[in-house]
Design a protein around this ligand. Structure first.
Ligand SMILES: Nc1nc2c(ncn2[C@@H]2O[C@H](COP(=O)(O)OP(=O)(O)OP(=O)(O)O)[C@@H](O)[C@H]2O)c(=O)[nH]1
Ligand SMILES: [Mg+2]
Length: 701
């Protein structure tokens, strides 16, 4: 049995989905969190297992955005993967009137329906009283109050669902409104070619038939019917809404007692007076963002140092314990170094995701959208672009998917194009290690960390560039469509700490497994590439040093010769040859061939940078020093330092702008349905990276 969960955005669908299935579908206090379908199963009754499908929120059956289309297609039986047999409708009791519009539309589609009434606690606070039994009689479907946040009412809901599923409840005869009145003749013609279609469903076929992949013959008949009956879609829609609200008004009058709207001021409204204030609102916003970044850097440093220290202990111990054979080198310098490179960033990623979840869960994210709409509009974006952009600080892939809730096509495209400029968590490791190399670890006033400020500067650089790029593209991309910004501001809610905790752990897991796999694979590959080379060249190096070490020398000389030997071997290895071959291109940016290797490996995914460095430096050097110490002492052939301030800054800037992520390109292709935009994105971002790094290197030199 398939049960589809539908309802208005932010009404608690995903929360209920989680309560039913025990899964952890993403929940957030922001309309438009779910943008795709997600399936789970649960035991409905002793002997009955059901599948539930969580869907994006929809305000009405007239979809405007891509995410609304997902739910609409399921409801119109036009989604081949989902066959919804029972509809679990979610209605927000604190906004009943608006929610009933959608409910009444779904009821008229003639599905077996059960309504779950969420937010009863909020409705009560607002002073709204609902006669649930009366409402159920009036609508002709079961209505069950639930609170998925507190897991209340779930048992009763399951029982009712089981009854509905089992007894195959006779469907309502009477429509909520008389749909026949809207376009009787046209409806009859549709029903003639699509037998078994309900009146209201027929209206939707008339309006949206091109989107349902119907056979051409049927499409032709429908189009002919429209012409013959002079069917006017927008007039029909408008009339339908008026009719529905008329009836909803009656239903509300009979079953709902609403307080005088002026009487009570909710906590949310009082708080919004401050947080959306013309001056204070923006000041608070800046402070919030400031603390967001400071805390990522500041809070995470302790666990990070701990992890780094443990790994250097571990590899020191292994170095002594393992016999000196080729695979011990692979384990210590390939595997362990690669693992260290992954795990050390887990604290920062967890903190970043935790804080973003907190912003979303409390409802403040929606206020950020609201406050920034004006600025965003100037550069061709929209207040709704802010949520994807801030999520882009974590990872561009899910962020680009959330752009589905932007109505305007051009604004959505611009948001997709610039979101990867927001510094994602994969860049964090690169920034962290480079900052530690060249920026002093000093504090102003005891808490303002200089390193933290530079970090913030990098994030800001990406953000400002995103706005500039959008502004430029706004003039280049020709796509005209009316733009509007409608975002429902959700009420403030206490964050659910469990949700925050789960998100943090989930994201850490995903990072360690997904990124980890890539990093480990590339680390190992790199270890091979940097230990082996064309035999002729490697042999020549071997020979040269064999004769050198044969001479009588002091131990100090011998160790320095050993180092030179290893370094020369690395240069002649496959990796070395690769890095050397791109050296001419990157030299103007201040990089050496080792950085060149890192740039090549991190074109698939940026996370690989640190692992690459770890592998490259450990091939040359076998001391137990940390990667940072090794990089610190790295020198070029002429003896000058590799990681000077200009070179490191230039490299940071390169990582701010360059498009080095296959997954992002793939998701952009999927969302824009063409290769054109990912290709443009790749070219403009990489070009920008090159030019900006060049400029930075030459300014600071
Ligand atoms: N007070 C209260 N809050 C609730 C209740 N049900 C859900 N919430 C909260 O409402 C917010 C939205 O919940 P979601 O489950 O993400 O809503 P959704 O319908 O899936 O939203 P979209 O995916 O954006 O359409 C979350 O902050 C929940 O914790 C309820 O019964 N009472
Ligand atoms: Mg959801």
């Amino acid at each position: 049995m398939n049960i589809a969960l539908v309802g208005n955005p932010n009404s608690g669908k995903s929360s209920l989905f989680n309560s039913l299935t025990g899964l952890n579908q993403k929940v957030g206090n922001f309309p438009g969190v779910t943008v795709d379908k997600k399936t789970g199963t649960f035991v409905l009754d002793d002997d009955l297992t059901s599948t539930v499908i969580d869907l994006p929120g929809t305000y009405s059956l007239y979809p405007r955005r891509d995410d609304e289309w997902v739910a609409y297609k399921v409801l119109m039986r036009a989604d081949k993967q989902v066959n919804a047999e029972v509809i679990l409708l979610i209605a927000d009791a604190s906004n009943l009137k608006r929610n009933l519009l959608f409910c009444s539309q779904v009821i008229d589609l003639k599905y077996p329906v059960v309504i779950a009434l969420t937010m009863m606690d909020l409705a009560r606070k607002k002073g709204i009283e609902i006669d649930v039994a009366g409402l159920s009689t009036e609508l002709g479907v079961p209505v069950i109050p639930v609170n998925p946040r507190k897991n209340k009412g779930i048992a009763a809901l399951k029982k009712t669902l089981a009854q509905t599923v089992k007894k195959n409840q006779p469907l309502q005869k009477r429509d909520f409104i008389n749909n026949q009145l809207l376009a009787a003749d046209a409806i009859e013609k549709v029903k003639h070619v699509l037998p078994g279609t309900g009146d209201y469903e027929a209206i939707h076929y008339l309006i949206n038939h091109e989107n349902f992949e119907l056979p051409q013959t049927i499409n032709d008949v429908i189009e002919q019917a429209e012409i013959d009956t002079k069917f006017n879609p927008s007039k029909t829609q408008a009339e339908e809404i008026v009719q529905r609200y008329k009836r909803i008004k009656q239903v509300m009058q009979q079953n709902v007692v609403e307080p005088d709207p002026l009487q009570r001021k909710l906590f949310t409204e009082k708080l919004d007076n401050l947080l959306l204030h013309r001056v204070w609102g923006y000041a608070i916003l800046l402070i919030v963002l400031f603390f967001l970044f400071q805390s990522i850097f500041w809070l995470a440093q302790y666990p990070m140092n701990g992890i780094d220290w443990s790994f250097s202990q571990l590899s020191g111990w292994l170095n002594n314990a393992l016999p000196t054979v080729w695979w011990s080198d692979l384990i210590v310098n390939g595997l362990i170094a690669g693992l260290n490179g992954i795990l050390v960033f887990v604290p920062q990623i967890m903190i970043l995701f935790g804080l973003i979840t907190l912003l979303e869960d409390t409802g403040y994210m929606a206020r950020i959208s609201f406050l920034s709409d004006k600025l965003m509009r100037k550069v061709g974006l929209n207040g709704k672009s802010v949520m994807p952009m801030i999520s882009g600080f974590a990872c561009a892939v899910p962020a680009i998917m959330t752009t589905r809730n932007i109505e305007n096509k051009k604004e959505r495209l611009l948001t997709i194009l610039v979101t990867p400029l927001m510094s994602c968590s994969a860049r964090l490791p690169v920034y962290t290690i480079l900052i530690a190399l060249v920026i002093p670890n000093k504090y102003y006033f005891g808490f303002l960390s200089v390193q933290g400020l530079v970090m913030m500067g990098l994030y800001l650089l990406g953000t400002v560039m995103a706005l500039i790029v959008s502004y430029v593209f706004k003039f280049i991309i020709k796509l005209k469509e009316k733009s509007y910004f409608i975002l429902e501001l959700p009420v403030y809610r206490a964050p659910r700490w469990k949700n925050v905790g789960i998100t943090m752990i989930e994201k850490a897991k995903i990072f360690v497994t997904d990124a980890g796999r890539v990093i480990l694979f590339i680390s190992l590959l790199l270890w091979v590439l940097s230990n082996y080379g064309p035999p002729s060249r490697m042999n020549a190096v071997d020979k040269k040093y064999a004769s050198l070490t044969a001479q009588q020398i002091s131990p100090a000389q011998s160790s320095s010769i050993q180092k030179q030997y290893k370094s020369e071997k690395l240069q002649n290895s496959f990796a070395g040859i690769l890095g050397k071959s791109i050296e001419p291109v990157i030299e103007p940016l201040g990089y050496d061939w080792k950085i060149g290797i890192a740039l090549i490996t991190s074109f698939a995914a940026r996370e690989v940078f640190v692992g690459t460095m770890a592998t490259l430096y450990s091939v040359e050097d076998k001391d137990n020093s940390t990667l940072q110490q090794k990089m610190q002492s790295a020198v070029k052939e002429d003896g000058s330092k590799v990681y000077t301030l200009p070179a490191a800054l230039s490299l940071m800037v390169f990582y701010v702008f360059a498009m080095q992520c296959m997954s992002t390109l793939a998701v952009v292709k999927r969302e824009t349905r063409t290769w054109k935009w990912p290709i443009i994105q790749f070219i403009y971002m990489t070009g920008l990276a090159y030019i900006m790094s060049f400029a930075v290197y030459h300014i600071f030199r």
